[in-house]
Design a protein around this ligand. Structure first.
Ligand SMILES: [Zn+2]
Length: 640
């Protein structure tokens, strides 16, 4: 498919719209779903790889030429629109224009008109409660069109900067996660306790000097104009890219990338400073590390004076672009010893990182076999545990009258998500601790529901033995679990719904990303194999991912970092498909949509045939009509 054909199709469609009116609606729907997405993605990705390579070799003119090409490409425009309308997590958030979601017809016409205008609409501001606190944070939601424009620009800018970015910047970059940052810190301190500067940059986009950022971008006038307009209108709000364990940030699509660009060079600046010290250049470079996740960073070195000097230097560096370190969130401490009333260790991305003195029998050894005398332990931070538990409590409190099934269905995803984020660190004790808290909370919750019943009655009503196997096929211990009863009368064994325990999550080490790798380097073998063991991805998804070697079974393309991946039943549940691994596959969300539509069509056809048969056989009307309506609902639920 070439771009000419698309443009031609688009024009024909507009023409037909005038004549057909209502009929056009149906046509547009088939149009959008008939786009060959595999081809579209491949084309854009090829172009992005070329940008990456040109940027790596420092050929600025070529980078700009290719970026212009990409911004004009019909495929890139389609992809940008799909990203904000179908793939993005915040796709259902309303912008200032009041548009919540786009019909396939609107998607196509948005893609047709998508260009960088050099203007930025103002924002609709929504207030989102901060986890664990009373205050709320403002979140600017740009209009649909602006979001699509940002997605398009990101497609062009990201490969250029991925080729330049520093190895120890981990936030909001393709193929990198919080867990890579955590491993980087672990590697930096595992053989030597160090001093830490734990700092946070305050209000990045409120303060940043626009001219400095644009100068740093050093980009073509079209892009520069557009970004300047966005900066002015406040589209690039800071509040929307807080690190979360719930996936992509909402709102502004491009702001995390721009923030990374603004803070690019900090690591290198510190490393260059280290080279000026006494002693070997290389050894000095290695001895200090700066690990950054978006606007949150740590500096590690064994001498306190070096860390204090580093702080002053970083403040100067940031001052150059109008930024500053947030004093209230900054602290200097030691990883092993308490110092000046400051406890050892620090919190980073929801974890507590700290070293403990330990006897020779349990002590780790360094690479020369010498005893270290301490151990590095990373575990979920107290704040993270508290926020998580409060979330569970608030669900239980807000759903006092609801049935047990509904509550279990609501709580399980929260528990699974939190456990997946923390399963790469030493979380075993924390997991059991939370299970105890939840157990006690449940007891109180049940008691308040049935104040006149005995404790025995309550326990028998809500807790059942479970012997279910876990996903690896290993037996779990038989335990009492908050669950619905099974169908067998008087059976103590759990039925269909059971509340997951945190402790069921196996602890798995995360393997850190290699050096300055990027998905744009084209090494898909590395990347697909890597995706098979990705934290933040559920065990089921990870297993399927490994089995499929990182490819979507429908379109045959590799999953990329930004793709939303969904588990699909090969034989739909509505047609008797089972929940077994054999019947499961991973698909892109958009591929899943297509498949579900086909399944539904087939089921409707089958139903239609049966209906026709029934009519000829028995001549009954009303019953079959009712039957098909019921079935439609079941199928729809299957699609969600
Ligand atoms: Zn696919």
């Amino acid at each position: 498919m070439n771009s000419l054909k698309y443009k031609f199709d688009a024009r024909t469609k507009t023409f037909l719209m005038l004549w057909l009116g209502f009929g056009f609606n149906l046509m547009a729907e088939t149009e959008w779903s008939q786009i060959d997405w595999r081809e579209v993605e491949l084309r854009v990705f090829k172009l992005q790889k070329r940008i990456y390579r040109a940027s790596q070799s420092g050929d600025v003119a070529k980078v700009h030429k290719l970026q212009r090409l990409l911004l004009r490409s019909w495929c890139a425009k389609l992809l940008a629109v799909r990203r904000i309308s179908q793939d993005n997590q915040g796709k259902n958030t309303t912008g200032i224009d009041g548009v919540k979601s786009l019909s396939p017809k609107q998607r196509l016409s948005l893609a047709e008109s998508l260009t960088l205008t050099g203007k930025g609409e103002s924002l609709r501001r929504v207030w989102i409660p901060k986890p664990g606190r009373k205050e709320k944070r403002g979140l600017g939601i740009p209009v649909m069109e602006d979001r699509a424009r940002q997605a398009l620009l990101k497609l062009a800018l990201e490969p250029e900067w991925e080729a330049k970015f520093e190895p120890n910047s981990y936030g909001f970059r393709p193929g990198r996660s919080c867990h890579d940052a955590e491993q980087a810190i672990f590697n930096a301190i595992r053989y030597k306790p160090k001093w830490v500067l734990d700092a946070d940059i305050s209000k990045c986009f409120d303060r940043i000097n626009h001219d400095v950022l644009l100068q740093k971008l050093n980009t073509i006038p079209t892009i520069a104009r557009q970004i300047r307009a966005w900066l002015k209108s406040g589209v690039l709000d800071r509040g929307d890219w807080m690190p979360t364990n719930e996936g992509t940030p909402q709102g502004g699509v491009i702001s995390p990338l721009l923030a990374n660009i603004a803070l690019h060079g900090l690591e290198d600046y510190i490393k260059q400073w280290a080279e000026t010290w006494k002693g070997g250049k290389q050894a000095n470079r290695i001895s200090i590390s700066l690990i950054r996740y978006a606007d949150d960073f740590v500096v590690l070195h064994k001498d306190k004076s070096i860390i204090q000097q580093a702080k002053t230097l970083i403040e100067q560096w940031l001052h150059g672009s109008g930024l500053e370190i947030s004093e209230s969130k900054t602290r200097i401490c030691h990883t092993l010893y308490d110092s000046e009333e400051k406890k050892a260790g620090f919190d980073f991305l929801g974890w507590n990182i700290r070293q403990y003195e330990i006897g020779k029998n349990h002590s780790g050894k360094n690479t020369h076999g010498k005893l270290l005398g301490f151990k590095t332990i990373i575990k979920p931070s107290d704040k993270s545990v508290k926020t998580h538990y409060e979330k569970i409590v608030s669900v239980l409190d807000s759903m006092k009258g609801k049935s047990q099934e509904v509550i279990i269905d609501k709580l399980n995803p929260i528990i699974v998500g939190w456990c997946n984020y923390h399963k790469t660190v030493c979380s075993k004790e924390t997991f059991s601790h939370i299970d105890n808290l939840v157990w006690n909370k449940l007891r109180r919750w049940i008691k308040s529901r049935h104040p006149n019943k005995t404790l025995k009655w309550c326990t028998e009503r809500y807790f059942h033995l479970t012997k279910e196997k876990n996903l690896d096929g290993e037996d779990r211990d038989t335990k009492w679990v908050f669950s619905t009863p099974s169908n067998i009368p008087n059976s103590p064994v759990a039925g269909t719904h059971e509340l997951r325990k945190h402790a069921w999550t196996p602890i798995e080490r995360h393997i850190k990303i290699e050096g300055s790798r990027s998905p744009y380097d084209g090494d898909w073998w590395y990347w697909s194999k890597r995706r098979g063991e990705y934290p933040g991805v559920s065990k089921r998804v990870a297993t399927l991912m490994k089995r499929q070697k990182g490819k979507c079974t429908r379109c045959g393309l590799y999953f990329k970092d930004e793709d939303v991946v969904e588990v699909d039943h090969i034989v739909p549940k509505a047609e008797g498909g089972k929940d077994h691994y054999k019947n499961l596959q991973l698909l892109h969300r958009h591929c899943h949509h297509q498949k579900t539509a086909e399944d539904r069509q087939r089921q409707m056809d089958n139903k239609g045939q049966k209906k026709a048969q029934n009519k000829t056989k028995k001549g009954r009307k009303s019953e079959t009509g009712q039957g098909s309506a019921v079935n439609k609902r079941v199928v729809w639920r299957g699609a969600v």
